[in-house]
Design a protein around this ligand. Structure first.
Ligand code: NDP
Ligand code: GDP
Length: 328
């Protein structure tokens, strides 16, 4: 029997990699796509991975319960991955209500659609290490108390607990993956790793002279998106639903991550990086460091890509992309 998966956020970084993974495993993959006046560009990540014509995209929006109900009813998925969100922390101070509507209430909408239209489906919620915020323990695990530091993190915390609550209240097979930062050449260009790889490529190819950044003392536990979507799938293959931290267990400053990127392009970081307070945040998450012992032990999950390989892959992809832009 062919298994069917429904992904919200299929046009995003994780949605594209997860769609590729599931197709490789023989799944039929359906995705929710927001209507846009820019038809033809929303699926650029799926095209980059060569899977755009292998997935079925259906119009809907996380803010619109009726569209989600219709989609879940029609698709009758075996697995649902709720990846859609207003996912950028910095934007969440500028659009706090939208962030709450999509990143928090949107999860309740997806859970309701699941409970009503496909209660047997297995459900994955994309929770975030940002929920740990002002960290309460040096290494954060499933048992570490949360302390969110942005409207995004507050919204994610609601999404996390409503998922746990639907599991406990209605017996849904609902799992929450508390994923630490994960990146790739498909990461949005507003996030710091991709901003750096894109900036390095532009400087190397003579398109820019400087790269303006905010707090480069912040530390993150960065992994590769391809490794992290594998963990999502593994969670839904478990008999019992549960929550898992997914992380590499290594933390690095933005400064050192940046140094890797500049060095890979044989550039001097100190000659090009300008600190711009415009990129400071009203409240910062200074450091994140995940303890993925449970995911390793229960799922058998291991990250395969080291930070150095990840950043070099991103710089190489952006060098090729910027060079192509210059030709056209
Ligand atoms: P992206 O920002 O790349 O993708 C977000 C997706 O959500 C896009 O497909 C976007 O559609 C969709 N979306 C946004 N608003 C709506 C809406 N109202 N209705 C329907 N779809 C919508 O995020 P990532 O792929 O990086 O992350 C996936 C999930 O994991 C997110 O929930 C994120 O918050 C969470 N997460 C990510 C981490 C990371 O490091 N990447 C870490 C921890 C959690 P469109 O293309 O139209 O904009
Ligand atoms: P986040 O962990 O989800 O907020 O992921 P980001 O990639 O957006 O940010 C990671 C860290 O990099 C945060 O501590 C930011 O404050 C820091 N940072 C420093 N300069 C920048 C910048 O120019 N852009 C972004 N996005 N983050 C920056």
């Amino acid at each position: 029997m062919t298994r069917r998966a429904l992904l919200t956020g299929i046009t995003g970084q994780d949605g594209a990699y997860l769609a590729q993974l599931l197709l490789g495993k023989g799944y039929e993959v359906c995705g929710v796509i927001r209507r846009s006046s820019h038809r033809g560009v929303e699926d650029h990540r799926l095209r980059w991975l060569g899977v755009a014509d292998k997935v079925r995209l259906i119009d809907g929006d996380l803010a619109d319960l009726s569209s989600l109900l219709r989609i879940v009813q029609e698709v009758q998925p075996h697995e649902i991955y709720n990846l859609a969100a207003q996912s950028f922390v910095a934007s969440s101070w500028r659009q706090p209500v939208l962030t709450a509507n999509i990143t928090a209430v949107g999860v309740a909408n997806m859970l309701e659609a699941t409970r009503i239209a496909a209660p047997q489906a297995r459900f994955y919620q994309a929770s975030s290490s940002e929920m740990f915020g002002l960290i309460q323990e040096p290494m954060q695990s499933e048992k570490t108390p949360f302390y969110p530091r942005s409207p995004y993190a507050v919204a994610k915390l609601y999404g996390h607990w409503i998922t746990v609550n639907y599991r406990e209240s209605f017996g849904l097979h609902a799992s929450s993956g508390i994923l630490f930062n994960h990146e790739s050449p498909l990461r949005g260009v507003e996030f710091v790793t991709r901003k750096v790889s894109d900036g390095v490529a532009r400087i190397k190819l003579g398109k820019a002279k400087e790269l303006r950044l905010g707090n480069i003392d912040a530390k993150r536990d960065w992994g590769h998106a391809r490794d992290y979507v594998r963990a999502m799938w593994m969670m839904l293959q478990q008999e019992t639903p549960d929550d898992y931290v997914v992380a590499t267990g290594r933390t690095t400053t933005v400064r050192d991550m940046c140094r890797i990127a500049f060095a890979h392009a044989e550039l001097d970081m100190d000659a090009h990086v300008v600190i711009d307070p415009a990129f400071y945040r009203p409240a910062e998450v200074d450091i994140l460091l995940g303890d993925a012992t449970k995911a390793r032990a229960s799922l058998g999950w291991e990250p395969q890509v080291r930070l150095e390989e990840l950043i070099c892959e991103m710089v190489d992809a952006d060098l090729a992309r910027v060079a192509r832009e210059s030709e056209s």
